[in-house]
Design a protein around this ligand. Structure first.
Ligand SMILES: Cc1cc2nc3c(=O)[nH]c(=O)nc-3n(C[C@H](O)[C@H](O)[C@H](O)COP(=O)(O)O)c2cc1C
Length: 424
């Protein structure tokens, strides 16, 4: 009998043909999905994290949402024209994708790799096209944060035949929209759906308003996944959000084909988050988790409960002068409300590039640090302490720990009480 750890590890594939056959078998639901590391931008699931996850048998997801954002990290100079700044980011995204995919393929020529991209971004389409045209392109494109209306038509083109696409959805309605749209336009139906549970997942959530979370029964995984299966019969459904322990994984696998993890991989020494940020912010027991509507994307988002960079007049002026148009202009709440000193929205390009490529404020911490609901629970694990000090584990240490430990009873995440010990 194979152990849970063995079942959750991608096999060693020796050729492109073996890889393609395995990919097809995964999406026909004939073989179990390995553990899936979710896409995390900006630059958190970068080449380093994806390669490290793939090394230990996970299916890694490269974050292709503004991958070239390093060009706009403060205090790098930027052109004065908004169009020139936007074009600069567009080009940097395409160059970075090309460089990073080649690095991933060099190390893992025959492994299944995914890339994640958010539809809400201004450069979504050109980055997506750069990915699709790349000789080292990933095997799975995972699209979230918005309903990708013309994606089904694009994926029906002959050059996309051997790439799978998965849509991220937090309800049946979102899946129905995509399916109806695909059917109307003669597009290709999604190959799978990732049900990301907004009650627990990290970063932006697939909700219109926070108030929707007041009805947790709407997000019951078994119910929603059942509804998604009715809309897209026979297609694999992944589950993610609040899963970080063995019993939760075993339970999630009874209701879904694949299990996605965000915050666990993010809190390792291979992720794009610096070790000092992990120790001072994420493992700091004095900092809780908050879900609010201060992201300019209009999606509620979950983050560490730290004050965001202060919205002074100087800050607003500077952010506008450096705006690269990352989020579509008609959507960006920071731009729309720039004249209102009491508004709460932050400049997401500034906040996320500061965290990844700049000097985040750590004493005391200030800024936007996306997280999942599990953080206050998992940081009590022995995994994150060595010699009475906070410790950032390797991907292998994290995987070994997670697959041998069950969730504490007060876990801030998926409840897995229904799982029998044999399935672990
Ligand atoms: C720091 C962080 C950044 C994230 N960034 C993205 C992103 O850019 N795109 C996306 O689709 N999901 C993003 N997510 C969501 C994860 O891919 C994943 O779906 C989710 O975190 C799973 O929940 P968990 O963190 O409880 O495991 C992010 C999550 C975290 C923790």
């Amino acid at each position: 009998m194979t152990t849970l750890a063995e079942q959750l590890r991608m096999p060693n594939l020796q050729s492109n043909q073996e890889k393609q056959e395995y990919l097809e078998a995964l999406f026909r639901r004939e073989v179990p999905f390995p553990l899936i590391q979710g896409g995390m931008g900006v630059g958190i699931s970068d080449v380093g994290l994806v390669n490290a996850m793939e090394d230990v048998g996970w299916l890694g997801t490269y974050a292709a949402s503004a991958p070239g954002a390093e060009i706009c990290a403060w205090p790098k100079p930027l052109p004065s024209s908004p169009e020139a700044r936007s074009q600069l980011l567009d080009q940097a995204n395409r160059d970075t994708v090309c460089r990073d995919l080649s690095e991933i393929r060099e190390r893992h020529p025959h492994r299944i790799v995914a890339a994640n991209i958010m539809e809400i971004l201004l450069h979504y389409r050109s980055t997506r096209e750069a990915i699709l045209a790349d000789p080292n392109r990933p095997d799975i494109l995972v699209v979230g944060a918005g309903v990708p209306r013309e994606l089904a038509e694009r994926m029906a083109q002959p050059d996309c035949r051997d790439i799978k696409y998965v849509i991220i959805a937090s309800s049946r309605v979102a899946v129905e929209l995509v399916v109806r749209n695909a059917q109307k336009k003669g597009g290709r139906l999604p190959d799978g759906v990732y049900y990301e549970n907004p009650l627990y997942a990290g970063g932006h959530l697939g909700l219109r308003r926070m108030a929707e979370m007041e009805q947790p029964e709407l997000f019951d995984p078994e119910t929603v996944i059942g509804q998604i299966r009715d809309v897209l019969p026979g297609k694999p459904v992944w589950y993610g959000g609040g899963v970080g322990y063995r019993d939760q994984i075993a339970y999630a696998r009874t209701i879904a084909d694949g299990v996605v993890e965000g915050i666990r991989p993010a809190l390792t020494d291979a992720s794009g988050i610096r070790n000092d940020v992990i120790c001072d912010v994420y493992l700091n027991e004095n900092i809780g988790v908050v879900t609010d509507e201060s992201s300019p994307t209009h999606f509620p988002a979950r983050r560490m409960d730290t004050p965001v960079t202060q919205r002074t007049q100087d800050y607003i002026r500077q952010a506008m002068q450096r705006c690269v148009g990352c989020v579509k202009r008609e959507t960006c709440e920071f731009l729309k409300k720039a004249g209102d000193p009491d508004d709460i929205h932050y400049c997401i390009a500034d906040e996320l590039t500061r965290l990844r490529f700049g000097e985040p404020e750590l004493h005391p911490p200030r800024g936007v640090f996306f997280t999942g609901s599990l953080t206050p629970t998992i940081r009590r694990d022995a995994l994150y302490q060595r010699d009475d000090a906070p410790y950032v584990p390797t991907v292998q240490e994290m995987t070994d720990f997670m697959l041998t430990h069950d969730a504490p009873p007060d876990v801030q995440g998926l409840r897995a009480a229904q799982v029998s010990q044999e399935s672990c």
